[in-house]
Design a protein around this ligand. Sequence first.
Ligand code: NAD
Ligand code: TYD
Length: 359
Amino acid sequence: MRTYLVTGGAGFIGSNYIHYMFEKYGDTIRIINVDKLTYAGNLENLTDIEKLPNYTFVRADICDKEAIEKIFAENDIDRVVHFAAESHVDRSIRNPEVFVETNVLGTAVMLNAAKAAWELPDGSFKEDKKFLHVSTDEVYGSLPEDPEAFFYETTPIDPHSPYSASKASSDMLVKAYIDTYHFPANITNCSNNYGPYQFPEKLIPLIINNALSGKTLPVYGDGKNVRDWLYVMDHAKAIDMVQEEGVLGQRYNVGGHNEKQNIEIIQIILETLQELLPDSDPRKANVSENLISYVTDRKGHDRRYAIAPDKIKADLGWFPETMFKDGIRLTIQWYLEHGEWMQHVTSGDYQKYYAEMYQ
Ligand code: NAD
Ligand code: TYD
């Protein structure tokens, strides 16, 4: 039975990935989820998984070398899928240090522990051991508004925010392990994800939550920044395909060819909420374009991201299966049905963050 060590599995993409993997492989795999449970980690994302006999949760910080080495010592880990990170650009602008700690130092700890566990005396590695580093397209910087311009795997790294700089640094560390030790790893650089269990500091869940509660919808700058949105389960599938079928040592871009301006996203959310909410729901009256409020732009705001997923398509046959119009409906429907989840994650510290961020 193959054993996975998933880091950050209580977060948005990690928890969707764990659902995807158990749905696909059932009891033929074992998953150990190691997560520090920061504000972004939520065990409620995994309530249906917790009882599985082939699932284990370990609360630990990936920067805690001893804790991570202990997991490798006590388990014969075959796959590492490394999601754990500080992931929000706005937070990185306000407090960059923790991004360097978790994203750079934490990745170094993960790489070292896996290398120590998997390396043979002659410097080669045990068979069929693989490390996948989950990264972002933001490491490539920003694209001009030219519809022919895309991020390729060969695009130079040019991060702008402390978040993307920390992710680029961790990508470089993984690359250094591949180049120096022939460490068995891959890197994936994916575009913006959306779907269930996303914390409402990110654009899509924040707008859904605010619209339902009649709060203003903050649009940074002119609202015309472009992101390339991918349904989270398509990302989970890509990660698994790269790890099982990709060429070790290579980087794969993952994206949806689904570019949208932020203001378009907000309009689609408002229209979909209007459609999905029954007339009897009192929240329907809140949902209106009048809530849109243009606010001061994010510092260093990247203008446009757009992935060319040509390599993963040609080499592995991956493509984004979920059309945006379907994925966004599924996502909004999920948030409508999980009001309690939203209530839990927006109580306490979230209120403080929101008040400071959007003062
Ligand atoms: P998230 O913020 O929702 O989840 C991060 C998880 O990591 C949380 O469960 C948190 O508790 C955990 N974590 C944070 N610091 C930790 C530490 N020191 N030790 C152990 N666990 C820790 O993030 P996400 O959106 O799910 O992103 C997951 C990964 O995917 C990140 O590496 C991110 O850079 C990358 N990524 C995200 C997107 C996106 O659109 N969200 C796109 C491409 C790549
Ligand atoms: P976000 O979800 O934070 O993802 P990222 O910055 O990693 O791409 O933001 C997506 C886009 O939405 C980005 O251009 C910033 C913008 N945005 C707003 O206009 N208002 C908001 O309140 C937030 C959170 C984001």
